[in-house]
Design a protein around this ligand. Sequence first.
Ligand code: F0G
Length: 431
Amino acid sequence: MAELVCFNPACRTRFAITEVVYNCPRCGALIEAAYDFAVEPAALKKCFRERRMSNAPLDQSGVWRYRELFPFLDDFSSVVTLREGNTPLLESRPAAEYGGLESVVFKHQGFNPTGSFKDNGMTCGVAQARRLGMRRVACVSTGNTSASMAAYAAAGGLEALIFLPHGNISFGKLAQALEYGARTLEVEANFDQILALVRALAERLGIYVLNSVNPFRIEGQKSIVFEMLDQRDWRAPDWIVLPGGNLGNTSAFGKALREAHEIGLIDRLPRLAVIQAEGAAPFFDFVEHGGEFHAVENPETLATAIRIGDPVSWPKALHEVRTTRGVVEKVSEQEIADAKAQIGRAGIGCEPASAATLAGIRKLTGRGVIDRAAEVVAVLTGNLLKDPDYIYRYHTGKLETPSGAPLRSTFANRPTVVPNDPERIAELLKK
Ligand code: F0G
């Protein structure tokens, strides 16, 4: 019923679902999970809804609640759940106005147990690792994958080995990896270079890789889309907007939408809009200009979560963007910073990479690509508290681009230092 298949349409080599394979040994392409779905959409929707009233751990998980849509396990004894998913849809009028829309809804993945969307995928990746009897799991990360993997490995009794680009991840994320007990190596190289290193080492040392080249991570991240559709009573929006880094999430969203459509859970495909940071936008360049895919050698952005120059999942992401008649946009550091402040002002808040969504929406409505009246769901990928240093700098006028150019604190909210004097404070607050 479930198997692994080479993603290359000219190859499509098949592997057992229990094989450890990230790239096709024949052609080198990525691998995906494939199923013969034998499900009835109306019954399934009812079942998903009823599970929200259940106290069973699997049903309480906003990932495993949708388990019929990624049936890669024979039984669920290997599952580790921290009740991931269950993230809200939040509407905001001011954010919609800023983005040039009549309305916008944020699917806020920052409400996850470790504060990012990675938990949706990690619960599946770790379940597969345990099912295979793996003892050690590893990843390279710009911070969120490592925080998530560290937590799920710890909860599941696995040893976690984490590789980070030294000096280029936010302190909050590094702190999570340490607190969850992961063995943490800070490598003096960038994300793309370390990913190659990890994959070579993993083969040598028999370590299970939990980056998004792992097809089971992608299976879990599909649940972000399933839960969003369930929350909308299975009414597909016009657009789903998300930030693009390594492009695993774009791949997962497209696969989820195609499968939901094939099964009959939705009657049309929303369009994907993938937003990259200007200094790390190889996928934008490729889709915009065509030709060969060229990696960005020295990617730079303050949105360190998406500081990736050579995204491994670009072939999958390209397929999903094309299938959904999607678009790819890029945004500047200034645009990200100001959009982020607007999301904060709306009482919602997110980390810098997530704010690329609203910045991208503003640009795409400005260009007339997204219609003002469109129904738009923007996915906020990480929690506000992931990167407080960035926030403090923005609001105190100290934020600079990676090359040292000052950024405008357009919506600054500076703290004021006051003496311990009620008269002076009262005077100040009268203004
Ligand atoms: N937003 C956040 C907050 C992220 O942490 C990431 C990726 C992305 C967006 C981009 O998602 O890679 O699927 O296109 N973070 C990875 C990490 C790379 O290591 O935590 P993507």
